[in-house]
Design a protein around this ligand. Structure first.
Ligand SMILES: Nc1ncnc2c1ncn2[C@@H]1O[C@H](COP(=O)(O)OP(=O)(O)OP(=O)(O)O)[C@@H](O)[C@H]1O
Ligand SMILES: [Mg+2]
Length: 1081
């Protein structure tokens, strides 16, 4: 459920001082106290927020609170800093107005905390997303880094900002943060070398020594003990409630998030360490023979370590501590430094080193957080500057003067924009107005910053003047020039009023600031304003190998020696404050006025006098009075009409006519009481915030109604468009469908018509055909009858002439014709010329059977002859052998068919060419007709031995396969016969003639795969040999072979097929060799 509270609900005291009754200083303070006691630390004066420092954590900054204040009207909820932040953010986002949040108050009043609260609120309510969150995180994390280096514990505040900070947060048109820019104002650098009693140096020194690891400290050549460093005051090194070690980790983490590289962090820590080391360098006096005083470094150890840290040559820095070179008109004069000057040079270097490091940090952070896009952006500036400061015991110096001047300027801008501007606006707008008296501090600003006789101008003049310049001469100058000023007080001024004022020492001057009188000691003003760093020092620093140090002292570059004096500190500050003020004036201001309830940094204590003092100098009473006398809200007529025109039927949606008349109509229609507002020249002034709130509430309601209306119309439009689209689509679909259906129907009718038509036509055609056929038959019948009749007539007439031989003649003629046709026909139907072709045309008549068969034979012989006539001599020999083989073996031996396709190559061993058989070849004196390897069957066991088988014209030679040695040589005439089986085996026996020379050893039983070729060739050779008769070839499955003296029967039987070769030969007994031949499939 929505939390619905109001500024007026459950109010403790009065939430808005404008509503305070009766209004007096006492009631004002009482109201603040009452609220403070009830933990209500925020109170409004119109749109200004007064913030009391509670000095303890209150549960009012939770995410739920953020949600509660988000997008709520400023006056809707009880006062809170979130309401102001929300108002500023929404005004920036929705109305495109750049904003600035001005946070003022004295030191310790809670400005820095307030600025962080505003930033965290804006971060919580603005857009989300990975990139946006990163930007937010970087913006928020820049705070711990800057606080570590720029904040310190003072007597007033344990975390006092010692620099001014103005941060511009940039947003895109949606209100998402894009980045930011930080400007820093004059760091109180004197703190680096000396701190007032009870105060500390900048946090970072203590954080580094307490939080860094032993290893890091060793690398930085540091010791954890604070007391070892001259620059660290000891009396308040540890602060209650401040955990330096934990803060060091936070700062390192923050630096990482902001985008510092690891080596950058290390460089920064090295510089911090170098400052500490610098403080430990001490000098002792040494008199020279020429009477001048010189200084010497007491213990060079710290100097050495510092030089090592920064990469500076020790001798260079040592010289810079001993001499000072002054250059004038191309002349260089070196003078020695005495001890005091050496200390001054050391401290100046430390202060410069630290303050330049701080400025570098700001620049580096800016680099990380700057907006990445160049698109136009809206800006919210948050100003958190050091608060107004007054030290007791006349301890205020140049820094306090600068700080207070800055606060004076802020007060001025507050007066400008709220009090004076407000009153002037009423006059300008012609609104009836009773003038309210208020103190305008412009006169004090003028005392300080006037170009001619302002204190800063005089200080600059004094610094730049030739001759002896001291703080006393500066004070004298002030005394002469400012003596008559109402807000300047000095013991030595001509104004006799202060001559006897013992609270005003002679070496001091007093300024009546808007926030009270401050006594400044003139001592140090000239030096601090000069901010002089000897050129020898900056040149020594520039020579460092440490890149960051080099970067910090660019003026030390000998190539860019600039003899012009750098602008003074006061001048620079005045200029940057001037820029800041101009910047602030272009933005819509939002004020947070911080008040400190007590001096003890304690919660629950409300010191009336202290609060009263702040209320007075902050001009809060005048602020309330002006608000009460005037009007809480004003707006130009155009934007006012634009904003509220929807509340009246006559002005909505457009008003034609002047905006003012429109607003008048509007107000009359809304019946706003006439006392509650006034019409100015260009603006309407609304007296009471509640009137405005009620207008806003009505507008919100009306906007809701309008939104509903827009939604309704839009939804109607959307539904209607959708419906029309559906309707249109439906028409298209149905048109297409109808077309399709009609097309289908038409196609169906068309094809039916075609069928009917074709049937009809068919029927008609058939009918016609029948008629025509009948007609034709009739005609044929008539012709036939006529032919027969004519035939009969002719035969009857000629019968007497044909009776004897006409039949034979007709028969012969017919036969002749048939034969003629038959022979001519053969010419075209004769088969191909291949001798193996078996085709032959069918005979046409049975009586041609004999002729037809004879002709086929003749044709076959003729084409065979034709075929043979093409043969070469070699081919003829081959065919002769083949023919011989056929005659011997065809249908007699089963091995024969497989040999038909084998070419009879004869010399399988290539005996003439193969060098292996050269000897064998030479031992044979006739031409080798056949050379092959055969198996010689051993009669003892039937096993075969490989032998070379040679056939020549003269005989057969068997030789050893390996050695080629001749084993047997049989002349052809000694061969009686050859025996082979009828089966599919390669066994053959060479039988020798009894009584011949070769027959002594007996017959040969051999086996060869090429049996057919061997026997054919043997047969042919035997036949051609002139003196031999034809070799007898015996084909039978049982034959006798003569081995030595025995005759052995070789018997071939059919056996089962076995693996491998298949044919096996076994000795059965002394007289029987059995050869088993597998049956062929
Ligand atoms: N809203 C708050 N809630 C709780 N504590 C607060 C609040 N505001 C301030 N404080 C406390 O007061 C201390 C001082 O506040 P802060 O540092 O903001 O003062 P300041 O106005 O910035 O002072 P200076 O001018 O010295 O920088 C803080 O450290 C914190 O302890
Ligand atoms: Mg601060």
């Amino acid at each position: 459920m929505e939390v619905k509270t109001s500024l007026l609900d459950n109010m403790i005291g009065v939430g808005d001082m404008v509503l305070l009754e009766p209004l007096s200083e006492d009631s004002f303070i009482e109201n603040l106290r009452n609220r403070f006691d009830h933990n209500e630390i925020y109170t409004y004066i119109g749109s200004v927020v007064i913030s009391m420092n509670p000095y303890r954590a209150l549960p009012i900054y939770t995410p739920e609170k953020v949600e509660e204040y988000r997008n709520r009207n400023f006056y809707e909820l009880s006062p809170h800093i979130y309401a102001l932040a929300d108002e500023a953010y929404r005004s920036l986002r929705d109305q495109d107005k750049d904003q600035c949040i001005l946070i003022t108050g004295e030191s310790g009043a809670g400005k820095t905390e307030a600025s962080k609260l505003v930033m965290s609120y804006v971060a919580a309510v603005c857009g989300k997303g990975q990139e946006v969150n990163k930007v937010k995180e970087q913006l928020l994390q820049s705070n711990p880094v800057l606080e570590a280096f720029g904040n310190a514990k003072t007597v007033r505040n344990d975390n006092s900002s010692r620099f001014g900070k103005y941060m511009d947060i940039e947003f895109d048109f949606k209100g998402d943060p894009l980045g930011g820019v930080i400007s820093n104002y004059l760091l109180e650098k004197s703190r680096v070398v000396k701190q007032p009693r009870g105060e500390r140096n900048f946090h970072v020194f203590y954080q580094l020594l307490s939080g860094a690891s032993d290893d890091t400290l060793k690398k930085l050549k540091l010791d954890r003990d604070f007391s070892k460093y001259n620059y660290l005051s000891l009396d308040s090194a540890a602060v209650i409630g401040l955990d330096d070690a934990a803060n060091f980790r936070t700062v390192k983490n923050a630096m990482q998030i902001v985008g510092f590289m690891e080596d950058e962090v290390q460089s920064v820590l090295q510089l911090v360490a170098a400052v500490l080391k610098l403080g430990n360098i001490e000098f002792k006096p040494e008199s020279r023979s020429n009477g001048t005083d010189e200084s010497r470094i007491k213990d060079k150890n710290d100097l050495k370590e510092m030089c090592e840290l920064l990469g500076i040559e020790q001798s260079v820095l040592e010289r810079a501590f001993s001499y000072r070179t002054v250059e004038a008109k191309q002349e260089k004069v070196s003078t020695t430094l005495n001890v005091a000057q050496a200390y001054y040079a050391r401290d100046a270097l430390a202060k410069n080193l630290y303050s330049r490091l701080f400025s570098w940090l700001v620049t580096r952070i800016n680099e990380s957080i700057k907006a990445q896009t160049k698109a136009r952006h809206k800006v919210m500036g948050v100003l958190d500057i050091y608060g107004f400061e007054i030290f007791e015991d006349c301890d205020n110096s140049f820094e306090q003067f600068i700080i207070n001047y800055c606060n004076e300027k802020l007060q001025q801008i507050f007066i400008e924009l709220t009090l004076r501007e407000e009153q002037e606006e009423y006059v300008r707008e012609g609104i009836e107005w009773t003038n309210i008296e208020y103190f305008n501090n412009a006169i004090i600003c003028d005392l300080i910053e006037n170009h001619q006789n302002g204190i800063l101008a005089m200080l600059d003049e004094e610094c730049l003047r030739p001759g002896t310049v001291t703080d006393e001469t500066f004070l004298d100058k002030l005394n002469t020039i400012c003596a008559g000023h109402k807000h300047f007080e000095s013991r030595q001024s001509k104004n006799s009023k202060f001559l006897t004022d013992h609270s005003l020492p002679h070496n001091c001057f007093r300024i009546q600031h808007y926030a009270g009188k401050v006594l400044y000691r003139a001592e140090g003003f000239v030096d601090k304003n000069n901010d002089l760093l000897y050129r020898d020092m900056s040149q020594a620093m520039y020579k460092a190998k440490h890149s960051l140090i080099k970067q910090l002292f660019p003026e030390g570059n000998p190539a860019k020696v600039n003899l012009k004096r750098p602008p003074t500190a006061g001048f620079q500050f005045k200029a940057s404050v001037g820029t800041l003020m101009r910047n602030l004036q272009t933005k819509n201001p939002n004020y947070i006025r911080c008040i400190k309830p007590n001096d003890k940094k304690a919660s629950h204590i409300f010191t009336d006098t202290l609060v009263c003092h702040q209320v007075r100098y902050l001009g809060l009473m005048e602020n309330v009075r002006v608000r009460r006398a005037g009007y809480a809200f004003r707006q130009a007529y155009e934007p006012c009409l634009e904003r509220y025109k929807m509340l009246c039927k006559r002005t909505w949606p457009h008003w034609k006519g002047p905006a003012r008349e429109g607003v008048e109509v509007l107000m009359a229609d809304l019946q706003v009481p006439a006392d509650d507002f006034s019409y100015g020249r260009s603006k309407i002034f609304i007296r009471n915030p509640r009137t405005l709130f009620s207008l806003e509430e009505r507008r919100r309601q009306c906007l809701q109604d309008l939104a509903t209306l827009i939604q309704k119309i839009y939804r109607g439009h959307k539904c209607r468009s959708h419906f029309l689209l559906l309707k249109k689509s439906q028409i298209v679909v149905s048109a297409w469908y109808r077309r399709y259906a009609q097309e289908k129907k038409y196609q169906k009718i068309k094809s039916a018509t075609t069928v009917v038509q074709s049937y009809t036509r068919g029927w008609q055609a058939r009918k016609l055909l029948r008629e025509l056929k009948y007609q034709k038959r009739c005609e044929e019948a008539v012709t036939t009858i006529a032919a027969f009749w004519h035939g009969t007539q002719v035969r009857r007439d000629y019968r007497k002439f044909f009776r004897a031989n006409a039949g034979k003649k007709i028969y012969d003629f017919t036969i002749q014709r048939i034969m003629q046709k038959y022979f001519l026909g053969l010419k075209s139907t004769s088969p191909p010329m291949s001798p193996v072709d078996k085709s032959w045309p069918a005979r046409p008549y049975r009586f041609l059977d004999g002729v037809h068969a004879e002709l086929r034979k003749i044709f076959h012989h003729w084409r065979c002859k034709k075929y043979r006539s093409q043969f070469t001599e070699e081919k003829k020999a081959v065919y002769k052998e083949k023919l011989e083989a056929s005659e011997i073996f065809k249908d007699k031996k089963a091995l024969y068919p497989s040999s038909v396709s084998q070419p009879f190559k004869g010399d399988y061993l290539e005996i003439t060419k193969n060098p292996k058989y050269q000897k064998l070849n030479s031992s044979v004196d006739a031409k080798v007709l056949l050379a092959d390897v055969v198996n010689k069957i051993n009669r003892a066991n039937g096993k075969g031995t490989a032998r070379i088988f040679l056939l020549t014209k003269k005989g057969v030679v068997l030789a050893d396969q390996k050695t080629g040695q001749v084993k047997a040589s049989v002349p052809l005439p000694d061969l009686a016969s050859v025996s082979v089986s009828t089966q599919n085996d390669g066994f053959f026996a060479l039988k020798l003639k009894e009584g011949s020379a070769s027959a002594i050893k007996g017959d040969f039983l051999l086996s060869s795969e090429r049996l057919i070729e061997i026997i054919t060739k043997l047969h042919l050779t035997g036949a051609t040999a002139a003196d031999s008769e034809r070799l007898n070839i015996d084909i039978s499955d049982e034959f006798l072979v003569q081995f030595n003296h025995d005759k052995v029967c070789v018997k071939f039987i059919q056996g089962a097929a076995r693996n491998g070769n298949g044919v096996s030969c076994k000795r059965k007994n002394n007289r029987l060799l059995e050869v088993s031949v597998p049956t062929t499939a």
